[in-house]
Design a protein around this ligand. Structure first.
Ligand code: FES
Length: 141
């Protein structure tokens, strides 16, 4: 990339169906503009989000990964997301050990009615990633 080109980070979002995906969908329906570089994968519950999904995303070229699900206590499968609440902080430490800045993993709770919040967080996160630059493991490094 030349110094003239603007770095546009590739972001993978892994969102639970019932809250965060619904929030993103609602924001889209309301014509809110979120960064075009955010691609979203939907899973049925935050509890389904295996840390390996995040690692695979980085290994396959993501500059950042957003993991988002229902707020604790609001999971449609009762306590599925509580497992992820425990896993994500550990995953951040793990990423750091492999030279990936933990800021590259954005972990949030977004309900179906918080599309505005999600849009704003996605915008801010994209700016953080632009400052960080391309992922150090991008391209198999
Ligand atoms: Fe959203 Fe379980 S249904 S976290």
């Amino acid at each position: 990339m030349s110094s003239q080109e603007v770095f546009d980070p590739y972001v993978l979002g892994i969102f639970c169906n019932w809250c965060s995906y619904a929030g993103a969908d609602g924001a889209g329906t309301s014509r809110m503009q979120r960064p075009a570089n955010l691609r979203i994968v939907r899973v049925m519950c935050g509890g389904r989000i295996d840390p390996q999904f995040v690692i695979n995303a980085f290994m396959n070229g993501a500059d950042g990964v957003m993991v988002s699900h229902c707020h604790p206590g609001d999971c449609h499968y009762v306590e599925g997301n509580l497992k992820t609440v425990r896993k994500m902080p550990i995953l951040k430490r793990y990423l750091e050990q492999f030279g990936i800045n933990p800021k590259r993993l954005k972990y949030i709770f977004v309900s179906a009615s918080e599309g505005v919040v999600l849009t704003e967080i996605a915008r801010e996160y994209s700016e953080v990633l632009k400052e960080l630059g391309p992922s150090p493991i991008k391209g198999g490094n």
